[in-house]
Design a protein. Structure first.
Lengths: 162, 445
């Protein structure tokens, strides 16, 4: 591994850009940010140890992410006739772990997420953790873990990606 | 609004053999009457006894919008109590689950305490009640119990009214779906596990319940979700093992013939299940040494019989639907005519490998979660009905598919899977239990 250590600015930029790709619905580009063994995880309870032995809201591998992204392009996705739009509002990411030697980093970012469709608007808040690693010189997501403040609340449809 | 109250004829007139009037979904008055009659005269799902394993453990929920407590008493029996202090009416417990410290329930307002059977243990400064009418009042009886509680293999049901059929009379052989789910445990026992998904729907509770045995919708509603999964998997070699998610998605877009031949079985009182011959869960891959454990527990023949029964959805009208083959249930909690909370609960088969629970959890996340792409399209369609029914010009909802005059004799029996007979059965029960304890119209002043 000859890559230079990631700078704080580069890591922060990555988190901001990742959210922006979702908000601009550039999902194919967003998908490419994930490593082949990645997970996009939104636990159902606080401090949930894993996504296998407990239900989660999301616990998507790349195949399931792909299914979601391709479905959104399908003209028969009836729940998206009048599409949803979303906006992430991020606090500045904090680098929790960084190891230039292995090229692995972990960032913690409090967020507010707004998803709207027609006249209804859903507001969620929480903390997102990114576990990143260098692959072929580029930062990639191994794990994006979205911990909602109200993960155990009765929720309406969440159709995009907090 | 007082169009239907105390008028059983007007309520019955909303239901024909093969169609129903839109007011059953739209009318706020009908919704109130459903909570007062249908949801009190029938057996409603409360919870599972594994949620309260020890004396003093409790779980709080709502039955027909009334807050209740399910707890285990000192003798080990599961009781259901109204969540209301006998004094000023405050709900006694507000956490979803927990343990009654010291074996007592204590009101957070004035400190009245109750034993686990609901009787009053202490009232602070009791001398203040000397010479008053308290002892002869309804408060002295303590917490109001739900008197009609029945437990079938761990599943706790309650009937709120004193009218209505007994538990076994009400469910009859429909209980065989719960039996099959429990029998799938090598130890014959289920444990609630994996958390509760709570999905808010902006539609009437009956949209959901009717949909569970509606086999004409998956290939249409879920084309975008399951069809996309199918397309992404297409072209892989036939012998390449399918990821579990693909295995679970694909059958949703099976053709009409598959769902028709699957069959639907109708019981009295609105209960039914699809998947008499097979179901969308039949082709799942075997898991680890589960089958061997089942053989050991039951003998090979009985084990094959249990695992060969792969039902799709069973409706325990009106509140509960189950998928025995994958140990997942959904509970309808009506909030308003156009608002329903759907809870998804999952179970561990005691004595079975963890991978079975993992399969269950994957399924419930893919299909039942607020984040589910299958759920999104279902929810969209329920809401679309709610919206569309507001239009004038056609006040009736068609339930005609495969209807025949022979149904007038009684519905119980097996039918082709695509038939809308399960919905016709539900409305027959609906009309009956809505009006069971309504005074005749002549009693109206």
């Amino acid at each position: 591994m000859t890559d230079a250590p990631a700078t704080a600015a580069e890591l922060e930029r990555f988190v901001y850009d990742e959210a922006r790709l979702i908000d601009e619905k550039r999902f194919d580009e967003w998908y490419e940010l994930f490593t082949d063994d990645a997970r996009y995880w939104m636990p159902l309870t606080r401090g949930q140890p894993d996504g296998e032995n407990h239900t989660s809201l999301f616990y998507e591998d790349k195949l399931l992410l792909k299914v979601r992204i391709e479905r959104l392009k399908n003209p028969r996705s009836f729940s998206q006739h009048q599409p949803s739009w979303c906006q992430h509002v991020l606090q500045r990411p904090v680098i929790e772990e960084g190891d230039a030697g292995t090229g692995r980093y972990r960032l913690r970012t409090p967020f507010v997420y707004v998803e709207s469709r027609m006249d209804t608007q859903l507001v969620l808040a929480g903390v997102v953790s990114h576990r990143l690693r260098r692959e072929s010189g580029a930062l990639r997501i191994e794990l994006k873990k979205v911990e909602l403040t109200n993960c155990d609340a009765a929720l309406p449809s969440i159709q995009l990606f907090p | 609004m007082n169009r239907y109250r105390d008028d059983p004829e007007a309520v019955r007139a909303l239901v024909h053999e093969d169609c129903v009037h839109r007011d059953v979904y739209l009318s706020p008055e009908i919704f109130e009457l459903e909570m007062r009659h249908l949801w009190r005269n029938t057996w409603i799902y409360v919870g599972h006894d594994s949620q309260v394993p020890n004396a003093g453990d409790y779980y709080t929920t709502e039955l027909a919008r009334q807050p209740v407590i399910m707890l285990r008493d000192v003798e080990g029996a599961v009781r259901v109590l109204m969540n209301r202090c006998a004094h000023k009416g405050a709900s006694l417990l507000s956490a979803r689950e927990g343990h009654c410290e010291g074996g007592l329930l204590r009101c957070p307002y004035h400190g009245w305490t109750y034993r686990l059977d609901g009787s009053i243990r202490t009232i602070p400064i009791k001398s203040g009640y000397e010479g008053t009418g308290l002892a002869a009042s309804s408060a002295a009886a303590g917490i109001v119990p739900v008197r009609n509680v029945a437990i079938h293999r761990g599943f706790v049901f309650a009937r709120l009214s004193e009218t209505g059929p007994g538990f076994h009379e009400y469910f009859g052989d429909a209980l065989s779906s719960i039996d099959n789910m429990v029998d799938r445990s090598p130890l014959g026992r289920l444990e609630v596990a994996g958390g509760t998904l709570r999905y808010l729907h902006d539609s009437n509770w009956k949209m959901f319940v009717e949909n569970l045995n509606d086999t004409m919708h998956p290939m249409v509603s879920h084309e975008s979700a399951a069809g996309t999964a199918k397309k992404l998997w297409a072209g892989r070699p036939a012998d390449e093992p399918k990821p579990m998610a693909i295995e679970q998605f694909l059958p949703f877009v099976n053709g009409y013939e598959f769902f028709d031949k699957m069959g639907v079985r109708i019981y009295d009182n609105g209960h039914s299940y699809t998947g008499v011959r097979y179901s969308i869960h039949s082709a799942y891959s075997a898991i680890g040494d589960y089958e061997r454990l089942m053989d050991q527990a039951y003998g090979a023949e009985r084990a094959r019989e249990i695992l060969g029964e792969v039902r799709h959805n069973t409706v325990y009208y009106p509140s509960l639907t189950i998928k025995g083959a994958i140990q997942a249930i959904r509970v309808a909690r009506p909030i308003a005519p156009d608002r329903t909370l759907l809870e998804s609960w999952t179970f561990r088969l005691a004595g079975a490998p963890d991978s079975l629970l993992q399969r269950t959890l994957l399924y419930t996340r893919l299909i039942n979660a607020p984040t589910s792409i299958v759920g999104h399209d279902d929810q969209h369609n329920y809401h679309a009905i709610q919206e569309g029914l507001a239009t004038d010009g056609n006040e009736w909802v068609s339930l005609h598919r495969n209807h025949t005059g022979a149904e007038a004799e009684g519905l119980a029996g097996d039918y082709n899977g695509l038939s809308e007979v399960s919905m016709r059965g539900q409305y027959r029960a609906w009309a009956r239990f809505m009006t069971l304890d309504m005074p005749p119209a002549s009693a109206r002043s």
